[in-house]
Design a protein around this ligand. Structure first.
Ligand code: NAP
Length: 287
């Protein structure tokens, strides 16, 4: 089994879950030094998705591939062809761009790339499973930890926009299960957290769970965009459009995590509590 994106948020958690289940894992890494962060039983193979010729060793004798694509799009077709030439199954980490909820229906380059990779995979005839998580709960760490370590004031746009953050570990658990089990060919799974929460509520939950209350201050979208570093503007534009479209209606919530795992999806509060040290450097207070 080949795991790409193995040093990233979801791929790393998928590696852990496969290893825990006793499944032999090969991880594709593009920097050898990144391999030290992976468990010792993982077979590490160097390769780069933007250099299809570099993937020969990674694909040798592989039956199933977990594909994460955050690279530029140019080599996607060549890589999917290579997967089809070597493997029988692919599980692809996509997004809910087909889901009929305005939050997911704003045109953006990432959604277009996911759609294109799904089209390429379908054209090869590979057995495929498409996993489509909504907002990762872990985004909170990237977005709000600076305020938590700083003055406790989160300046953020669209406080009333509702999302249903999904725990990264639940996403990884579904992926690990689809990789390990038969019967998921043709599966198309939209994964969300268990509840619709406004962004202002999420910020309150973060402060509450960490025992250090946060103040939410609504920032006008234009100001938020201006203050976003240039390199992150495309992502900011994508989010602003989605939050704007989602304001005033509940987030789209599915039961797919619990249906597939046979237990409830983890809550956003649970994710924050379990990652308290990442936010603050200190464990969460006892409740
Ligand atoms: N964030 C969300 O809320 C959200 C929601 C739904 C779907 N998604 C989708 O989830 C995906 C991102 O997953 P993630 O957050 O787990 O990713 P991530 O943490 O950003 O990690 C990306 C992984 O891909 C690897 N990678 C990047 N370029 C590569 C290349 N050229 N060759 C080989 N490996 C390469 C990285 O390796 P290095 O360590 O070498 O950089 C890293 O392991 C995206 O497709 C996104 O659209 C995200």
């Amino acid at each position: 089994m080949l795991v790409t994106g193995a040093t990233g948020r979801i791929g790393r958690a998928v590696v852990d879950q496969l290893i825990d289940a006793g499944v032999p894992v090969r991880a594709l890494v593009r920097r050898s030094e990144a391999a030290v962060t992976l468990p010792p039983d993982v077979e590490i193979v160097n390769g780069d998705l933007t250099v299809p010729e570099s993937l020969g060793a990674a694909l040798q004798a592989v039956s199933t591939v977990f594909l994460v694509w955050t690279a530029p799009p140019q080599t996607a077709a060549a890589v999917v062809d290579l997967l089809a030439a070597h493997a029988q199954r692919v599980v692809y980490l996509s997004a809910p761009h087909r889901t009929p909820h305005p939050f997911f229906r704003q045109p953006n380059p990432m959604a277009a790339l996911h759609a294109e990779i799904e089209r390429l995979i379908a054209a090869t005839g590979l057995d495929s499973t498409i996993v489509r998580p909504g907002m990762f709960a872990s985004n909170a760490l990237f977005w709000w930890s600076a305020a938590i370590r700083g003055d406790g004031v989160v300046r953020w746009p669209y406080g009333a926009a509702e999302t249903a953050p999904v725990d990264d570990r639940d996403v990884a658990a579904v992926i690990a299960r689809t990789l390990r089990e038969g019967g998921h060919a043709g599966g198309d799974y939209v994964l969300t957290g268990p509840e619709s929460l406004t962004q202002a509520e999420q910020i309150r939950i973060v402060g509450d769970a960490l025992g250090s209350p946060l103040t939410f201050e609504e920032t006008p979208p234009d100001e938020f965009r201006r203050e976003t570093p240039e390199a992150s503007r495309p992502a900011a534009d994508m989010l602003l459009a989605a939050w704007n479209a989602a304001t005033g209606r509940p987030a789209y919530v599915t039961s797919t995590v619990s249906d597939l795992l046979g237990r409830p999806a983890r809550t956003f509060r649970q994710w924050v509590t379990d990652h308290a040290t990442s936010f603050t450097g200190k464990p969460a207070p006892m409740n």
